[in-house]
Design a protein around this ligand. Structure first.
Ligand SMILES: Cc1cc2nc3c(=O)[nH]c(=O)nc-3n(C[C@H](O)[C@H](O)[C@H](O)COP(=O)(O)OP(=O)(O)OC[C@H]3O[C@@H](n4cnc5c(N)ncnc54)[C@H](O)[C@@H]3O)c2cc1C
Length: 434
């Protein structure tokens, strides 16, 4: 008998799970289901369009998708085309790998004003996510405030100040390239409640900010400590020391060096987003950090800006028919076991932290649980799913179909760009004659 496994979501966590099941040698079939016709989750729709080397990890996932055990069921949304209880009936094991694709709120008064756009939405827009292609953010502002001191905040700042030429090797969609090029943006403020030591940037991303054609990073030397101080974790220590050295190097830049500026504003806690219906600025309280926590000093200042992008984290939405922890915005689980026959991996299990490879151990753990829990299996899996979706008239996108979509994107790529992404699902399906 064969164990039938359905994996919902084909981002890194879904693929690492499939890979772990195959490497374990389990006699199984693995069906990889995604609501979009495109695999790879945030590798396609999160990782910055000018970081193509990072996106190449999808080549390894392609090998997994093409393994005998696996089938891709793209354009199949669980909750719309089929329910989780139905999948549980059909499969011996169902793995939730649906990620955390939505914005966490920053909790700042005024966040509901026009011109406040969360990073998940903004990043989805400049990455041509079909749900966000029509976001149409108003970029008609000289200044932009990005709330957050992590890599997502840095990605956003960089994409906003890079020139069209600098983005030529990227897969930034033309509508976003044109909107950014036409925008009068000269100053991007990256606002961190805490200091440079607490910032979550990785060093490669930070250093990149000092290598831009038309923009310079601006850092106030008074905000930089002489030393990092002793940290418990040696890896953290090395990273923070590198970051501090990079920030110190950045203090040589002056605003007259380039027409655009990225301001690293530390010790600045947003307390209110200002304006009427539309954002006109942001009010901040200066802080100092005690034992890693930011405390207000009672001193306030304001930055005039027409766009505020909170980049303070992502959240999962509740998954129907399984318990959900609203506070942490993850499914309730014990070491990845959710309810009998259902497992969770990746961001819907752990929350939005870490890099692509951080999701790998989740896949290995889920594969171990499935091997331990499912015996010889016996549920019909793929046969039942295929029949059900055909009866419901769902246009399943196979992996071969995806490769046709991908080839059409590559063929349409301008000059040195790797691809020109389709921006809507109907456009993708049209390639398939659907
Ligand atoms: C803006 C941004 C930039 C990043 N840049 C980097 C980087 O440069 N380097 C790096 O190592 N890491 C980066 N990361 C982190 C990395 O992308 C994540 O660690 C990883 O994608 C999380 O994997 P996941 O599989 O849990 O979720 P996801 O990648 O989000 O995948 C979830 C998948 O589930 C699908 N899905 C959701 N709901 C359903 C449903 N109901 N039915 C069917 N399918 C569904 C989605 O379509 C999606 O394909 C970045 C993250 C973000 C947000």
């Amino acid at each position: 008998m064969t164990v039938s496994v359905a994996i919902i979501g084909t981002g890194p966590a879904g693929f690492y799970t499939a890979d772990a099941l195959i490497k374990k040698g389990l006699d199984c079939t693995i069906d990889l289901i995604d609501r979009l016709p495109t695999p790879y989750g945030l590798i396609r729709f999160g990782v910055a369009p000018d970081h193509q080397t990072t996106k190449k990890v999808s080549r390894a996932f392609e090998k997994t998708a093409l393994a005998d055990h696996c089938r891709f069921f793209g354009n199949v949304e669980v909750g719309r085309d089929i329910s989780l209880p139905e999948l549980r009936e059909m499969y011996d094991a169902v793995v939730l790998a649906v990620g955390a694709g939505h914005d966490r709120h920053a909790g700042v008064p005024g966040e509901d004003k026009k011109g406040v756009i969360g990073s998940a939405a903004f990043v989805g827009w400049y990455n041509a996510h079909p749900d966000l292609r029509h976001l149409n953010p108003d970029l008609n502002s000289k200044s932009v405030a990005v709330i957050g001191n992590g890599n997502v905040a840095i990605d956003i700042a960089r994409v906003l100040v890079k020139t069209r030429e600098e983005m030529a090797d990227s897969d930034l969609p033309e509508y976003a390239a044109a909107a950014i090029e036409a925008a009068p943006i000269t100053d991007v403020y990256m606002l961190g409640r805490r200091g440079p030591i607490e910032a979550k940037f990785t060093n490669v991303e930070l250093r990149e900010m000092g290598e831009l054609k038309n923009a310079v990073p601006l850092v106030d030397p008074a905000q930089l400590p002489d030393e990092v101080g002793a940290l418990d974790n040696p890896r953290d220590q090395r990273l923070k020391e590198k970051n501090l050295a990079t920030l110190k190097e950045f203090t040589r830049f002056k605003s007259s060096d380039a027409p655009k500026h990225v301001h690293f504003s530390f010790y600045a806690n947003p307390v209110e987003i200002l304006g009427g219906e539309h954002v006109e600025g942001i009010r901040l309280e200066k802080t100092h950090v005690v034992d890693g926590r930011a405390t207000g000093t009672g001193e306030f200042f304001e930055i005039e800006c027409g766009l505020v992008i909170p980049a303070v984290g992502y959240r999962s939405l509740p998954v129907a028919d399984v318990p959900f922890d609203e506070k942490q915005a993850i499914v309730v689980h014990k070491d990845g076991r959710v309810v009998p026959g259902v497992y969770a991996v990746g961001w819907v299990k752990r929350g939005p932290s870490g890099v692509i490879s951080t999701n790998r151990p989740d896949g290995a753990m889920a594969a171990d649980h499935i091997a331990a829990d499912c015996g010889e299996g016996g549920k019909p899996g793929r046969v039942a799913l295929t029949k059900c979706l055909a009866e419901r008239g769902v246009r399943v996108v196979t992996f071969e179909d995806w490769k046709l979509i991908e080839s059409a994107e590559v063929a349409a790529a301008p000059a040195s760009a790797p691809r020109r992404k389709f921006e809507t699902v109907p456009e993708m399906l049209a390639v398939l004659g659907a």
